[in-house]
Design a protein around this ligand. Sequence first.
Ligand code: ADP
Length: 188
Amino acid sequence: MKYYVLFGPPGAGKGTQAGAMVERYNLCHLSTGELLRSEIAAGTPLGLQAKALIEGGNLVPDEVVEGMIESKFQSVKGVDGFLLDGFPRTLAQADALKDMLAKRGEKVTACVSIMIPDALIHERIAHRAALEGRADDAREEVVNNRIQTYHAKTEPLIAYYKAAGLYKEIDGVGTIEEVRARIYAAME
Ligand code: ADP
């Protein structure tokens, strides 16, 4: 099984690129952001807990997303691997992922990282806010907090995956097709 970590700041285009990647390589797309948004929509206790955190631009607790990922690893069948989108987002989550996979005799295949500058993050999120109406895209201070959270808690994963020899960085500036071609080249 392949286990790809799709990495990048908010608005880098992870969700946009994920669809084509999962089709091409027969992967299951696991987006923790999407899983959390469907918990919120369903009004579950977990969704209620996550809503305030997400709408403030903060991360939900590590155990919550780790549990969601592990249960998908157990239940999803018939794929050649997983594309993890938005997970891990902290060093603790990266260690938890490593342990979860080790228990199954597996490991992360690669960390595919889509990089864009902060200025473009704002532009992309403003564009998406108009299209998708996500609550955490709408307010400038929430977007700023997400970017700060990214730099403080998530960016250290770059060094983590570099040290493990798994880090592949892709320039996320360009058209969707240009970025997609760079991703395929890095994966193959
Ligand atoms: P984006 O990549 O645009 O920030 P996501 O859809 O991946 O959006 O995530 C939306 C929100 O869901 C995050 O800002 C965070 O609050 C929460 N979230 C998603 N994944 C995680 C995670 N792995 N750990 C903690 N919180 C998460």
